[in-house]
Design a protein around this ligand. Structure first.
Ligand SMILES: NC(=O)c1ccc[n+]([C@@H]2O[C@H](COP(=O)([O-])OP(=O)(O)OC[C@H]3O[C@@H](n4cnc5c(N)ncnc54)[C@H](OP(=O)(O)O)[C@@H]3O)[C@@H](O)[C@H]2O)c1
Length: 222
């Protein structure tokens, strides 16, 4: 049985991680920022905590809520999307919304959670995106989002240096049928999360700081 933490699990990929880990008998603590999300987590037999990753005070409360815990697997899934491209400057509030959720929230969660992952010699994965892959960039579509996930990849790589007893990776879920991915995406949340769970099971010390695709392959030269 694994001890699992999922940050940002009210719906979509995060909620599917909760469902699958619970299905395999693991103990899961998961976060949402409203009552409806917390109820969906609890309905799967997981413990729900309230965290808004864009609110520094809320994230800093995570540490004491997790006092005494150790995590074999921890996942930072919370994220928001933005589609605008480089023909207009980003609106300030849109830039702040994306960067606070996708980057700052992860940077604030790491000092609270990474020691608990180290205590179990576990894995800490951060949901990135293939849109962060520089080698595959052929459009400015979603440039604020791209920048945020590329920054997240660096957050993971840099933070790994301070938490050597954990393995920290950024992982792209592929294009997935969620509120964010839309109905035209080729993968269901069940398929994507099945792949990612399998890939994370195979992660070892040689993956420290890596940027992986959902199937476990590395993005080369990212
Ligand atoms: N779907 C795709 O095709 C795809 C592709 C590449 C990467 N990703 C990444 O995968 C992750 C999950 O995406 P998804 O497709 O499941 O998206 P989603 O269906 O839109 O769900 C986003 C999740 O993030 C949470 N969240 C957003 N802002 C938050 C905040 N301030 N505090 C706490 N939680 C917050 C949402 O909670 P609320 O319900 O409270 O809003 C929700 O649980 C994201 O990081 C996304 O960037 C997705």
């Amino acid at each position: 049985m694994k001890n699992v933490l999922v940050i940002g699990a009210s719906r979509g990929i995060g909620l599917e991680f909760v469902r699958q880990y619970r299905e395999y008998g693991d103990r899961v603590i998961a976060t949402a920022r409203d009552d409806a999300g917390m109820k969906r987590i609890e309905a799967m037999g997981a413990k729900a905590l309230r965290v808004d990753v864009a609110d520094p005070a809320s994230v800093s409360g995570l540490g004491w809520q997790l006092d005494g815990e150790k995590f074999d697997v921890s996942l930072y899934v919370a994220g928001v999307y933005s589609t605008a491209g480089a023909t207009q400057p980003p609106a300030q509030d849109e830039f702040d919304r994306v960067m606070r959720t996708n980057v700052l929230g992860a940077m604030q969660a790491i000092p609270q959670v990474a020691p608990l992952v180290e205590a179990a010699g576990g894995r800490f994965a951060f949901l990135s995106s293939q849109m962060a892959y520089m080698g595959g960039t052929d459009s400015s579509f979603g440039w604020t989002y791209r920048v945020s996930k590329t920054a997240l990849n660096m957050v993971v790589k840099a933070a790994q240096q301070d938490y050597p007893r954990a393995v920290m990776v950024a992982i792209s879920p592929g294009w997935v049928q969620t509120d964010m991915g839309g109905p035209g995406a080729p993968m269901t949340p069940e398929q994507s999360v099945t792949w990612m769970r399998r890939s994370l099971d195979g992660v070892t010390a040689r993956h420290k700081g890596a940027f992986l695709n959902y199937d476990g392959r590395r993005f080369k030269g990212w």
